[in-house]
Design a binder for this molecule. Structure first.
Ligand code: ADP
Length: 186
């Protein structure tokens, strides 16, 4: 099963992705985590990505797409995979469909975590990550509205989108996600 998580910063994608991956025994691929690891290890990719991340911008599509293509080619993804934070733009969604198409696979479910912006800002300010300053947060939310939210229609038109209200306890949201997954993958 291939699941894509879509949600603004602070929507709880990472937490919910972890729980769902454990439940389904599939691999969790978080592009944010991959970039943070690359920055920590001071790889060339990390150096390139860091300036975008600190400004709250998206890392250029070609860097992200080649990183994800490598990861998807790894054996752990063969039995299923959850993409957390990718795709984040229409070109990334198209690139993903092409990659999967070449292998006779497709996105089984695109899950949107929908959370009110006020709640998001409070959560992000409490998190204290280096890219979680108030200015960067506002910018990331704007980038989400402009570049990422068009994906909702992209997946809706393809019948792949399900939306879950992310403004509940971790367990409440998890239960809603399980219900959507069960419908798609009985
Ligand atoms: P958030 O909690 O803000 O959703 P992530 O941990 O998913 O953050 O990502 C952190 C940062 O990494 C993003 O603000 C962005 O700069 C970069 N990033 C992660 N995934 C992508 C992607 N698919 N395309 C471009 N940039 C990305």
């Amino acid at each position: 099963m291939l699941v894509v998580f879509i949600g603004p910063p602070g929507s709880g994608k990472g937490t919910q992705a972890n729980q769902l991956c454990q439940h389904l025994s599939i691999t969790h691929l978080s592009t944010g985590d991959m970039f943070r690891a690359a920055i920590q290890d001071e790889t060339e990719l990390g150096v390139q990505a860091q300036e975008y991340i600190n400004r709250g911008e998206l890392v250029p599509d070609q860097l992200v797409v080649s990183m994800v293509a490598d990861a998807l080619g790894n054996p752990p993804c063969n039995s299923g995979c959850l993409l957390d934070g990718f795709p984040r733009s229409l070109p990334q969604a198209e690139a993903l469909d092409q990659m999967l198409d070449a292998e006779g696979k497709k996105v089984d479910l695109a899950l949107e975590l929908n959370v009110d912006e006020k709640v998001l800002i409070d959560r992000l300010l409490a998190r204290k990550r280096p890219d979680d300053t108030i200015d960067t947060i506002h910018h990331r939310l704007q980038v989400y509205r402009e570049q990422t939210s068009p994906l909702l229609n992209y997946y809706r038109e393809r019948g792949q989108l399900r939306t879950v209200n992310g403004d509940g306890t971790v367990d409440e949201v998890h239960q809603q996600i399980l219900a959507e997954v069960a419908e798609k993958n009985p």
